[in-house]
Design a protein around this ligand. Structure first.
Ligand SMILES: C[S@@+](CC[C@H](N)C(=O)[O-])C[C@H]1O[C@@H](n2cnc3c(N)ncnc32)[C@H](O)[C@@H]1O
Length: 214
């Protein structure tokens, strides 16, 4: 299937959006981001990868005794993230790169956070396969995102508005099943936010080989 997003356009959209991001979408998402970070179950000394860190709204939410690497495509978004990293006093670094080709060593992070990014990339399963490679054994990947309903009128609506949402930088028609297609990860937990919340938190771990229950 032809991808509906492409990284070059996305980088440009978010460079422009960076100027108003914190005052618009960014105002709506911080409660959910805090809940997503709680799901990482961080311990002192952990190294966390924040994939698609954006303007770094999450950076001050991390405990002071963990190290955070924030990766993003957009220079504009990263400039804000860099400022936030300095002001927050956190051990946080930012890297400009494409999460679909991350220049990072395999198994180099205890946990990975991906908030509002999976529906923005051209190849969601590829993003998750890379995240799985970068994750140490036993680590968690926490996804916070909108996923379309699997069926029914809401699914039809979310598919119908997709041509509009892609123009402003995200896909409304991405399902969780599509995101996980062929990805060596399994769902550990789904966290229910408010009843009608369109965003979901999903906690993922490396898939166990067939026949192993621990
Ligand atoms: C909606 S923003 C979310 C930012 C932040 N995670 C948050 O929750 O506020 C999506 C971010 O993903 C970044 N992004 C999109 N595609 C990317 C890719 N292929 N690699 C790295 N970052 C990407 C965009 O530049 C943007 O900063």
């Amino acid at each position: 299937m032809k991808p509906t997003m492409d990284e070059r356009t996305t980088g440009r959209i978010y460079d422009r959006f960076s100027v108003v991001y914190d005052r618009t979408f960014g105002r709506l998402v911080q409660r959910r981001q805090r809940i997503a970070i709680e799901q990482l179950g961080l311990k002192s000394g952990d190294r966390v990868l924040d994939l698609g860190v954006g303007t770094g709204l999450t950076i001050p939410m991390y405990p002071e005794d963990v190290t955070v690497v924030g990766l993003d495509l957009s220079w504009g978004m990263l400039e804000e993230a860099r400022r936030r990293a300095l002001e927050s006093g956190r051990k946080a670094w930012v890297v400009q790169a494409d999460a679909l080709q991350p220049p990072l060593a395999p198994r180099s992070f205890d946990h990975v956070l991906i908030t509002h990014v999976i529906s923005v990339v051209s190849d969601p399963p590829r993003l998750l396969r890379h995240a799985a490679e970068l994750l140490k054994p036993g680590g968690r990947i926490v996804l916070l995102n909108h996923f379309r309903a699997e069926d029914g009128p809401m699914a039809s609506f979310e598919k119908a508005i997709n041509p509009l949402t892609t123009r402003i930088g995200w896909r409304s028609d991405l399902s969780l099943a599509e995101s996980l297609d062929g990805v060596p990860l399994e769902i550990e937990k789904r966290v229910q936010l408010r009843r009608w919340d369109l965003w979901k938190i999903v906690v993922l771990r490396h898939a166990r080989p067939p026949g192993r229950s621990t």
